[in-house]
Design a binder for this molecule. Structure first.
Ligand code: PGA
Length: 311
């Protein structure tokens, strides 16, 4: 392997990710013959096939998979080294991959504005997922840091709460209960309900609240995102429980209102987490510090008055 170049290994990694020479060439801004030649030379060096073509489809061989895992470790090590060097030079630079729960997708970009201004060399990418997918991403060690609701007790993660995430009952502004005070959960359970998809933490918390009181809900519809729920509530299809943060962009009062229900808001918290064994990069540590220091002030600034008090 001493004759293999980093360039060849990088190309192999990209081909293995796409399982396509054409798409790898596009991503790397190379021609397809260049990609093929480099993979051919790498295969000759290894002395065993790394990829196999069946019809038009490309597959990794067993030894190809082995090499891919070596490449991952090697490039991760190199990028960590790059960050240590950058840090010693006094520059915070590098890549940061965040896994963010759907309810926090309204808030995290607000935080990233000032963060990226302060650290322009840091390149952030965000993956927004629901609770179920988030737990899977943590198991698969996909991101540097995770911003999630309730962590699962079975997970071996370092975790710290950093901000309240109040869940509120929302209804169309014209709803007959809009002006009522201290509505009972029984009365709420009579209304048609719009529910998030299975696997959502918001859904879990809502079900838990009403189950605990032996109040079956009349679920009228299941929708796969907070935005879809808000639109359906505004359209008069029913009421729903959502994170107050999902209302951050709304002019509350125009189309939606927060009902005053006993037992609400359900007070949850957002947590920042990383796998316990993970050695955090300088960049991830920088973000973590920023998040813990700045998030409260930024949330205060961006939440609408109607939900301010809860958060
Ligand atoms: P989710 O978010 O409903 O998208 O899973 C849950 C949470 O904020 O805990």
């Amino acid at each position: 392997m001493r004759h293999a170049t980093l360039h060849q290994l990088k190309i192999f990694q990209v081909v293995a990710r796409h399982l396509s020479f054409t798409r790898a060439a596009e991503e790397l801004y190379l021609t397809q013959p260049t990609v093929s030649i480099q993979i051919k030379q790498l295969t000759q060096i290894v002395g065993l096939p790394l990829l196999e073509q069946v019809g038009k489809r490309v597959f990794l061989t067993g030894i190809g998979r082995e090499l891919l895992s070596v490449c991952h470790n090697m490039f991760e090590g190199l990028s960590r080294f790059e960050m240590v060097v950058a840090d010693m030079k006094g520059v915070k630079a590098g890549k940061l991959q965040l896994g963010v729960i759907t309810t926090a997708q309204y808030f995290v970009p607000r935080l990233l504005g000032p963060f990226c201004e302060k650290f322009p060399g840091i390149d952030v990418s965000i993956k927004v997922v629901n609770r179920e997918r988030m737990l899977q991403r943590i198991t698969d060690n996909e991101d540097d840091l995770y911003i999630l609701g309730q962590p699962s007790e079975q997970m071996d993660v370092w975790v710290k709460p950093f901000l309240n995430n109040p869940l509120v009952v929302i209804a169309p502004a014209s709803h007959p209960l809009a002006a009522s005070k201290s509505i009972s959960p029984q009365r709420i359970a009579e209304e048609p309900f719009l529910m998030r998809e299975w696997g959502s933490g918001t859904r879990l918390a809502t079900e838990w609240f009403f189950n605990e009181r032996n109040l079956p809900l009349k679920i009228r519809m299941e929708l796969g995102s907070n935005e879809a729920i808000k639109q359906a509530v505004a359209g008069g299809l029913g009421i729903a429980v959502l994170s107050a943060h999902t209302l951050a962009l709304e002019k509350i009062g125009d189309e939606l209102t927060v009902l005053d229900v006993q037992g609400f808001p359900i007070m949850r918290q957002w947590h920042v987490a990383h796998s316990k064994g993970k050695q955090l990069s300088v960049v991830a540590n920088t973000f973590l510090e920023f998040l813990l220091q700045e998030s409260k002030a930024i949330a205060q600034h961006h939440l609408p008055q109607a939900v301010h008090d809860f958060a």
